[in-house]
Design a protein around this ligand. Structure first.
Ligand SMILES: [Zn+2]
Length: 378
């Protein structure tokens, strides 16, 4: 179904839902009111059952054949601690909280797809995942750990709005479409002393400085645009005349493949010595679009937007916790254009970010089509 052919009643319902979600954004793991609104919206669908897990919802829509393996779609639902500056009539009324990453759109298009799939049921049942806490990189892992997604699920689809692309453009990109993201922390422990007697202590700020230099020169030789380390925090000290005991660095490691990731981890751990502790905490695995779903994805995009799909111009080094699903379920992740053709680019996670309403409809059509296409395969 082309996105413009979505029935008017569904169009109006999902866009109005999107405005409400946008106006009342909630932070990760606190999406209680959002969960209730989405639960109400799901009542218009052909539900077999549903479960509220944390602040997420996992619902099962009835397909024609209840015994087959289901197909899943996922929309994330959380907002960010940002004060909105868009001037939209339906701007956030929750002070300091904003849907600055388009998850209001993703939640609404999951409901839109669920409505379309209820009107025209596919062969398979459909698992609709409305997921909390994507921004923390923990929501998908939480649902997987709770066994909320049936293990026999044979495909999963999701997407993200992208203002680099116009309405009606949907990115078709095989392989990695988001990055591995690991959190790096380095603690440098020296010896506190009076600033006037530095020889009585060991200054951890100098140790941290040496670490930053070492990492930067190693990176220069071994890293590139698809595998790198970014140091983002550097904390030490409390007063001008006290040599502190510790200095802490933190940052992120981004990679598209597990081999390069291993090399970076090994190099960082090799920096450890007395007084230097390196900790790497995995966050989200890369989202790998599954080769077995390539023709499904292409056909879905063709049917939903009617133009030749396009590939990403450069690797996407942002992370997306959808990668927790694609580690065990074949998946495909779309990037959905979200601005009018001549409008300027505004980045996600900024107070000015917004996605045009039509993106909700495009996403609804793409996800419903992906399910119809995948369901027809077996
Ligand atoms: Zn996002």
């Amino acid at each position: 179904m082309h996105w413009q052919a979505i029935p008017l009643a569904i169009k109006q319902a999902v866009i109005s839902l999107r405005h409400t979600l946008h106006q009342y954004p909630e932070l990760s793991n606190h999406e209680q009111a959002t969960q209730q609104r989405l639960l109400n919206a799901l009542q218009t669908c052909r539900l077999r059952d549903y479960h509220c897990i944390g602040t997420s919802i996992v619902a099962r829509l009835a397909g024609k054949n209840p015994d087959g393996a289901p197909i899943a779609i996922r929309g994330d639902i959380d907002a960010l601690p940002i004060t909105e500056n868009t001037g939209l009539a339906w701007s956030s009324v929750n002070t300091g909280v904003m849907h600055a990453c388009g998850h209001d759109v993703h939640a609404a298009w999951a409901i839109g797809a669920a409505r379309l799939l209820s009107e025209n049921p596919p062969e398979s049942d459909v698992i609709v995942i409305l997921q909390q806490a994507e921004e923390l990189g923990t929501g998908a892992a939480f649902l997987m750990a709770q066994n909320a997604i049936p293990p026999e699920t044979r495909a999963i689809f999701g997407g993200h709005v992208d203002r680099r692309y116009a309405i009606g453009e949907v990115v078709w990109h095989p392989g990695a479409i988001s990055s591995y993201s690991d959190k790096l922390t380095i603690r440098c422990t020296g010896k506190s002393a009076h600033a006037a007697r530095p020889h009585e202590g060991q200054n951890p700020i100098h140790m941290a400085h040496r670490m930053i230099d070492t990492i930067a020169s190693w990176e220069g030789q071994h890293c590139g645009p698809t595998h790198f380390i970014t140091i983002t925090q550097c904390h030490a000290g409390s007063r001008h005349n006290i040599i502190p005991q510790t200095a802490d660095l933190s940052g992120t490691i981004r990679c598209l493949c597990p081999q390069k990731r291993r090399i970076i981890h090994d190099a960082l751990y090799a920096l450890q010595e007395p007084g230097i502790t390196v900790t790497i905490t995995p966050s989200s695995p890369a989202v790998i679009n599954h080769p077995g779903l390539e023709s499904v994805a292409k056909q879905a995009i063709h049917n939903a937007v009617g133009i030749a799909p396009q590939s990403l111009p450069e690797p996407n080094m942002a992370s997306e916790d959808f990668g927790h699903y694609t580690q065990s379920i074949p998946g495909w992740f779309f990037r959905v254009g979200a601005r009018y053709p001549n409008d300027p680019y505004s980045p996600v996670h900024s107070p000015d970010f917004f996605a045009e309403d039509e993106a909700v409809l495009v996403g609804s059509a793409v996800l419903a089509e992906a399910v119809w296409q995948a369901s027809a395969i077996r």
